[in-house]
Design a binder for this molecule. Structure first.
Ligand SMILES: Cc1cc2nc3c(=O)[nH]c(=O)nc-3n(C[C@H](O)[C@H](O)[C@H](O)COP(=O)(O)OP(=O)(O)OC[C@H]3O[C@@H](n4cnc5c(N)ncnc54)[C@H](O)[C@@H]3O)c2cc1C
Length: 470
């Protein structure tokens, strides 16, 4: 229980905003991407900088309160907010410092990828972030970070050079290849388990204009279209990151016919190489069948990162399941197409990603704590619905879809694409060997498991622990 006098004691030292239930701004600040999440924190500490983060960590720890950490609030399990505890909200921390010559950028922990790439575009530089613009730099990077540059430049975390971190003890440290190397290893995949990152330093890349877009076909042809995409992907160069998506086009009066309200399969993405070369390389994909629309065009990278935003509007109820695939067999393709044909919600999107066979797979498996490299294809089923009464039907469909896909899924999942599946989900996301090392480092950096609103890595029992770091 957090008393008014404890909060009043914090106020003089806290530069940001402190929000309690009933105060103006509290309802907005507790709302996350997934509308199914409805948690009421005792305090939302909207931090202005690292000193605020330290003050909030110390308060939560000393008062023995639950803690959650928020960047953009996109985590589908809603880990950014907690009931009756302290939300350490980093979203006001939006400093961006670009060093165009060195091709590095230092980022405040509250930025979204859209904001980052908007700041980099004038330099014709881009960061390897996500596939959409609204997700946060923090959670996405700490779990992995798959986006339009993943085959060319790797995961977001493969491009991380250093991080400033506030530990559970309230101590502030740097993690990099030369400082606190074990923490740097753990942060690159282990999510928010080890401390709160207040700023990130990334390597960025010359990108500028890309050939970006999607070809849309009727979902009735999904099986054949995804087979054509598979054939294209078999030889596609690393500068190309394309996906296959099953979705329903918004039923919006401004939408062009015949797309309006139509069930579609889309084949598309980003070619981040010379535009004329992209026109030639992408031709077979674009000339497959008779697309209802071919939306590929030369696009600034920051705009390309927005092209899929419309598929995941905030404010819907959501339930996600995801797994790497053990290949992309005809059986897997047919099962995906069959399940989409009976999808209960027009807001649900099924995404097949081909992120492997490129830079991500060249990073040695043990170099970071990111769970699994080497599975080229990843499936994400992002079920979404507007009416809370439709939850049961949509969750049941998603689970049945995954049960049917079991022969085709790998024993491996990407930690940022799964919901709260408890310890089993965490094991699948990291694998036994990495999880054991992560648990040992958790015992060193957060022995009391203060940071547990996440895909939680529990501290190894004292005997196996690496010695506490305060
Ligand atoms: C619409 C949508 C699109 C997505 N697209 C992609 C994509 O293209 N590529 C991809 O890889 N993933 C994608 N994801 C998954 C995304 O990576 C995860 O949802 C991730 O958790 C989002 O991080 P966040 O910071 O935006 O969210 P938040 O919910 O704010 O944070 C998630 C969790 O990360 C931890 N955390 C956040 N900030 C910090 C910090 N500074 N220090 C320590 N811990 C912290 C906390 O545990 C927090 O609960 C997408 C998700 C959604 C909903």
């Amino acid at each position: 229980m957090l008393s008014g006098s404890t909060i009043n004691g914090l106020k003089p030292r806290f530069k940001g905003e402190l929000l309690t239930p009933g105060e103006s701004g509290y309802e907005t600040a507790r709302t996350v991407f997934n509308a199914a999440i409805n948690r009421r924190p005792a305090l939302i500490a909207r931090c202005a900088g690292p000193d605020d983060v330290i003050a909030a960590v110390n308060l939560a720890r000393d008062e023995n309160l639950p803690v959650s950490v928020r960047c953009s609030g996109h985590n589908i399990a809603g880990f950014a907010v907690c009931d009756d505890g302290v939300v350490i909200d980093l979203s006001p921390m939006k400093a961006i410092d670009v060093d165009a010559q060195a091709r590095t950028v230092r980022l405040g922990a509250g930025l979204t990828w859209g904001e980052v790439n908007d700041a980099l575009q004038p330099y014709d530089l881009a960061a390897a972030g996500g596939f959409v613009s609204l997700t946060g730099v923090s959670g996405l990077t700490l779990g992995g970070g798959m986006g339009w540059l993943v085959r060319k430049h790797g995961l977001a975390l493969d491009n991380l050079l250093s991080a400033e971190v506030v530990l559970a003890s309230g101590r502030r440290v740097t993690a990099s290849a030369t400082e606190n190397e074990d923490l740097f290893w753990a942060l690159r995949g282990g999510g928010g388990n080890f401390g709160i990152v207040t700023s990130f330093e990334f390597r960025v890349h010359p990108v500028g204009m890309v050939l970006a877009g999607i070809c849309l076909h009727p979902a009735a042809n999904a099986g054949a279209a995804i087979r054509a995409w598979r054939e294209f992907e078999a030889t596609s160069p690393e500068v190309s990151t394309q996906g296959a998506l099953l979705f329903t086009f918004p039923d919006d009066p401004t939408a062009p016919e015949p797309l309006r309200g139509a069930a579609l399969v889309g084949l598309g993405g980003v070619y981040a190489g010379p535009l004329d070369e992209g026109e030639r390389v992408l031709r077979p994909l674009r000339e497959y069948g008779k697309p209802l629309a071919d939306m590929f065009q030369p696009t600034p990278y920051n705009e390309a990162q927005r092209m899929a935003d419309f598929l995941w509007p905030p404010g819907l109820h959501g339930y996600w399941k995801s797994s790497f695939l053990n290949g992309l067999s005809d059986g897997a393709i047919d099962t995906i197409a069959d399940y989409f044909a009976k999808v209960p919600s027009r807001h649900t999107v099924m995404v097949l990603e081909h992120n492997g066979d490129g830079a991500m797979d060249r990073v040695p498996e043990g170099a970071t704590s990111f769970g699994h490299r080497g599975w080229p294809y990843n499936l994400v089923v992002t079920s979404a619905w507007a009416d809370p009464a439709e939850a049961e039907q949509n969750i049941a469909w998603t689970r049945a879809c995954f049960d049917a896909l079991r022969p085709f899924t790998a024993p491996a999942a990407y930690v940022n694409y799964i919901g709260d599946e408890g310890p089993e989900g965490v094991r699948t996301a990291y694998g036994a060997a990495k999880l054991a090392r992560l648990m040992s480092l958790k015992a060193k950096y957060d022995p009391r498991n203060l940071f547990r609103m996440n895909q939680n890595i529990t501290p190894a029992a004292a005997a196996g622990a690496a010695g506490a770091a305060g």
